[in-house]
Design a binder for this molecule. Sequence first.
Ligand SMILES: Cc1cc2nc3c(=O)[nH]c(=O)nc-3n(C[C@H](O)[C@H](O)[C@H](O)COP(=O)(O)OP(=O)(O)OC[C@H]3O[C@@H](n4cnc5c(N)ncnc54)[C@H](O)[C@@H]3O)c2cc1C
Length: 493
Amino acid sequence: MQKNKILIVGAGIGGLTTALRLAKRGYEVTILEKNEQAGGRLNQIKKDGFTFDTGPSFFSMSYEFKEFADDCGISLPFEYVELDPLYTVNFKDSGKTFFLYKDIKKLATQFADIEPQFEQKMMRYLKKCEQVYNDTVNLVIKQNFDSLQAYLITLARVNPIHLPLLFRNFWQQIERYFESEEARQIISLVSFFLGRTPFDTSAIYTLLSHVEFTHDGYYNVKGGMYQVVSGIVSELEKAGVTIVYHTEIKDYETKGLYLASLIDQNGKKWQSDIYVINADAALFRGRVFNREKYSEPQLQKKDWTMGYLTFYIGIDQKLPEVNHHNYFLGGNFKEYADNVLRNPGVLEKPYYYVNVLSKHNADCAPEGCETLFFVCPVPNLIYKPDWHDKDEVVNSIIDDFSQRIGTEIQPHIISRTIYTPIEWEKRFNLYKGSGLGLSHSMTQIGAFRPSNFDEQFDNVFYVGASTAPGAGIPMAVISSKLVTERVEKFRNK
Ligand SMILES: Cc1cc2nc3c(=O)[nH]c(=O)nc-3n(C[C@H](O)[C@H](O)[C@H](O)COP(=O)(O)OP(=O)(O)OC[C@H]3O[C@@H](n4cnc5c(N)ncnc54)[C@H](O)[C@@H]3O)c2cc1C
């Protein structure tokens, strides 16, 4: 059999980075994408003169992009800027805003009156996080596992000093280091970046505090996050990769142990030697390959991340008092975290993130205007299927935001677009609108996550958030490296 033609289903960051790695290795690559433009969740809306990033607002582990560029023999086709402060956190009750500086001394001054010896506590906490990171990242996260047994043997090699973390959640680990509610809430916020809360995220993930504060931090992209996609797409064009838009894969045909073709919404058959699926690895197995293990009842039993209510607001004035990346927290953190995943709750949502893209990217808004992107964690569609109240929820957040920054923005809104979990589900085939795909519970990571090779077809592989290693932009880039290894191994067999 020929092993040179590759078909990739999905032009998300996982699909795009895989396409370039494989094209540079001499494969003939075509990408099929259901939407009208590339990027998947890392996307862009252009409307009323404003430019909005739709999902990610910054990324970590910049060295993964450097590795990707080196592997492909290119210079990175976008520029990124280190964030310091990483972001701000505002508390509703006290009105106080904290700036998350990477310099721990500078950070500590803000906690002087609420958390004695913050600096020493933070250094001690971060040292532990660094140990966890160093002892797991290369061994467990950046590896392909051929079997559950191989994965378990590797886990047994992780320094046993970290074993107690398996029996604690993120919040319990934080409680061991900090006493004040503010410090605990601020430092555990990163667990929300995994699409869950500090109360149901394993303490192992405190390694993310090392990633954000001491290891490599967070980065903005000049011109907006979508420049990552535009840059990679232009490299793909140079490398001869074709992207076919408006093409959604719905069905398939087999030939013995191999997948023979994929069939799109119009019945057109797409044949290839090798197939890489960037659509959700669990959902595609269930809904396209009809696998029993991923049938609807089985999918529903899995642990999915929360949904996101995102909205994109253009206003006809500047907001000098608001920073680029801002978190706004209410006064009932524990109760909120307990309810956010499952309980649709009240309309009022005093926990959200606001990104002012035009702050450092003037081209993203008309002169004198500001581009605002709000993200509010909400239950996914399993728990809140009905979004008829979306305008009321959005208005309540805009009112809360206006009150907290001291400027009424409703009368200044000249562009408004809302994505509830319904739009996220429809647009990107995300199961029940779950923003980050499968959650990172211990039974859904490593070899327990849907694997990046197919159980049945020897010529089918997977890349992206719901296969190994997990969600987030750097993980998608690592995932593309891991799947490329799989494809190369298959070619050389
Ligand atoms: C609101 C929000 C905020 C986020 N913020 C951050 C952040 O700040 N930093 C960060 O690192 N990460 C962030 N993330 C996570 C990050 O966006 C994702 O983990 C990452 O973009 C996933 O990339 P992917 O390639 O795995 O999948 P996707 O981006 O989902 O790409 C899959 C592609 O496949 C296409 N597709 C699906 N099914 C089919 C089919 N049957 N046929 C053809 N095409 C199909 C989809 O349309 C899509 O284009 C955020 C996510 C969300 C939702």
